[in-house]
Design a binder for this molecule. Structure first.
Ligand SMILES: Nc1nc2c(c(=O)[nH]1)N[C@@H](CN(C=O)c1ccc(C(=O)N[C@@H](CCC(=O)O)C(=O)O)cc1)CN2
Length: 282
């Protein structure tokens, strides 16, 4: 039987409905969640993601600010804008769209954001708190994956989860969030010896390596849950890290690309912004 497809669009729509009612309640109490997005340069994909963030903010009834800056803007000016937004009470969440042009330090920019407004969950304070299980803004893509698994009734506890990829944004926090759900976790990467032997042990396989179609059916254990986080453009078409058709024949559940994890990223950003606005009530 072919794998059942987990629709990120449907899970995202469900979470957005929940958020909308929370926003209405907050607004009734005089708090309108506010999100500021900083976009530097003219990367078309980044522009499209930021448009998606603006649209979602408006649909949910947020206060929204988008700061589109020239690629040549100085690091100093970006840091000054972040400092202004840190002090603006209308803004509960600040996000700087990545990647940034080479002359601007991602590290400095992320560290300049007030951790209480870091709705991307990239600031070292949030990363550290997440690792030791303290309250933190969780990074949107891995948190979105956990939500997809839970809302599809996947039992994570005690399962062997294999994470393919070790980026700071997805692979590493993904492994940590699965561990926090009591999975037994293995992280694999480009230097892993005999990768298929390890991926074949996975009850839950997370492909986040950024290589189009790298995961083939022979790398997947029959009945495994396969989550494809890959966003690769091949001849103008968006494809994931998995060979969807052949892996679907082996897996029990699978996410598509597009329409899988992608829509969850923006939704969990909205979730974090609402959380931040709720915190400001106290
Ligand atoms: N500051 C951040 N920068 C980046 C992040 C991030 O979480 N914070 N993640 C990615 C880009 N990203 C959000 O910013 C993002 C990626 C993909 C999608 C999405 O919905 N993808 C769709 C397809 C869209 C398309 O056709 O291009 C899908 O997979 O179905 C949303 C957001 C890097 N930068």
């Amino acid at each position: 039987m072919p794998a059942q497809v987990i629709s990120g669009k449907e899970v995202a729509a469900q979470i957005r409905r929940e958020l909308k009612s929370e926003v209405e309640q907050l607004t009734g109490k005089g708090i309108q969640p506010g999100l500021a997005v900083i976009l530097v340069g003219d990367d078309p994909a980044s522009h499209s993601y930021v448009k998606g963030k603006e649209k979602a903010s408006i649909e949910l009834g947020f206060y929204s600010e988008i700061h589109r800056l020239e690629a040549s803007v100085s690091e100093e000016n970006v840091l000054a804008l972040i400092s202004k937004l840190n002090g603006d009470p209308k803004i509960h969440g600040i996000l700087v769209q990545l990647p940034l042009p080479g002359h601007i330090s991602e590290k400095k920019v992320i560290q300049a954001i007030n951790p209480d407004k870091d709705v991307d969950g990239f600031h070292p304070e949030n990363v550290g708190n997440m690792y030791i299980g303290l309250p933190a803004f969780l990074p949107c893509t891995p948190h979105g994956v956990i939500q997809m698994l839970k809302r599809s009734d996947v039992d994570i506890k005690g399962k062997h989860a294999v994470v393919l990829g070790r980026s700071n944004i997805v692979g590493k926090p993904m492994a940590q969030l699965l561990l926090a759900e009591d999975a037994t976790v293995t992280i694999c990467h480009s230097r892993t010896i005999d990768l298929p032997a390890i991926t074949r042990q996975a009850d839950i396989l997370i492909a986040a390596v950024g290589k189009a179609g790298m995961v083939t059916a022979d790398m997947v254990k029959p009945g495994a849950v396969v989550i494809d986080v890959g966003v690769n453009r091949v001849e103008g078409k968006l494809v994931g890290d998995c060979q969807f058709d052949e892996v679907s024949r082996v897996a029990s559940l699978i996410t598509p690309v597009p329409g899988g994890v992608g829509p969850m990223t923006i939704t969990m950003l909205m979730y974090n912004t609402v959380e931040s606005a709720k915190r400001s009530l106290n």
